[in-house]
Design a binder for this molecule. Structure first.
Ligand code: FES
Length: 307
């Protein structure tokens, strides 16, 4: 255990071989014993090749992934995982970086801190948690070469140590890139404060762990057409596009089914998607040429998909 309700796992190759390299911000898909697939950010130093390290917050109200990791996976068990993928990379153009972590969202940002420190690029990190007992990696950070660049904040602590997000972000500077990860409320607060202060979108980087499905009272049915065959598949008002495609025998690969992981990303050739994901940037969403069929819908009567 790395903190209250946070379990730390070292994943090593069964034969002890070196693992494929990864960059800061990467995650792996973990195939759980109960059949679920979950994404976990790698939190070790990316120079390491002998292990991938992940930290998992137990969420008793979740959909079963974290509870399986806490209850059904034991030291020495074999797990299948994907190769590392990175949807949350460091921007090479950054002159300096600001890392804002909420709770378990420290995992990809800790890896970024290791990397930025190793390449001598300026950064500072703010790490917020509900309480000290829920804060993982404190000793590791205090012992790191970048310890002085990290400030800790506790929800249950004195008012003066709490993070003033709007105050911190009030003056955007060109060349400073902001990275945030954590619970949705924390990230929404960070991103909305940054946007209100005028931070350009290309300087904002975020990765959501989970999202609540967005349902609207006037959600109706629509059609999707497969560009390869011309086949038209109806999507019912209470059905996702991914579910309609699977029912029609043309499943797209899915994982989170919440619009956060990007696994189901599909090109849109015609029509206007109604984006409901947390994965695409606002600019990518506005291009209307791709969408996440696990959660997003359609504003037009038909979407033609590159399938
Ligand atoms: S399955 Fe994760 S975004 Fe669609």
């Amino acid at each position: 255990m790395a903190a209250l309700d946070i379990a730390l796992f070292d994943l090593v190759a069964e034969d002890g071989a070196a693992l494929p390299p990864f960059s800061a911000g990467s995650h792996v898909d973990v195939f759980l014993p109960n059949g679920l697939v979950r994404q976990y950010s790698l939190c070790n130093d990316p120079v390491e090749s002998h292990r991938y390290q992940i930290a998992v917050l137990k969420d008793a109200g979740g959909r079963g992934g974290s509870c399986a990791m806490h209850g059904a996976v034991h030291l020495g068990d074999a797990l299948s995982i994907s190769a590392p993928k990175n949807h949350f990379p460091l921007a090479h153009a950054a002159e300096s970086s600001l890392l804002l972590a909420g709770g378990i969202g420290i995992t990809p940002l800790l890896c970024m801190a290791e990397r930025l420190s190793a390449i001598g690029q300026p950064f500072s990190m703010h790490y917020c948690a509900r309480s000290s007992e829920r804060m993982a990696f404190v000793e590791r950070i205090r012992g790191a070469r970048f310890a002085e660049q990290v400030a800790f904040h506790f929800d249950d602590g004195a008012a003066e140590q709490k993070l003033d997000i709007p105050g911190l972000l009030q003056t955007p500077a060109s060349g400073v890139h902001l990275y945030t990860c954590g619970p949705k409320g924390f990230m929404d607060a960070v991103l909305s404060a940054a946007r209100q202060a005028g931070w350009p979108e290309h300087q904002l980087h975020s990765e959501f762990f989970s999202a609540e499905p967005i349902r609207k009272a006037d959600d109706g049915g629509f059609e999707v057409q497969l560009a390869s065959s011309g086949r038209v598949i109806p999507v019912a008002a209470d059905q996702s596009v991914a579910a309609a495609l699977a029912a029609a025998g043309v499943p797209v690969a899915t994982s989170c089914e919440q619009g956060v992981c990007g696994t189901c990303l599909t090109r849109v050739l015609e029509g206007e998607p109604d984006h409901r994901d947390m994965y695409l940037t606002p600019d990518e969403q506005a291009a209307y040429n791709q969408f996440l069929p696990c959660c997003s819908r359609s504003r037009s009567a038909r979407l033609v998909l590159d399938l």
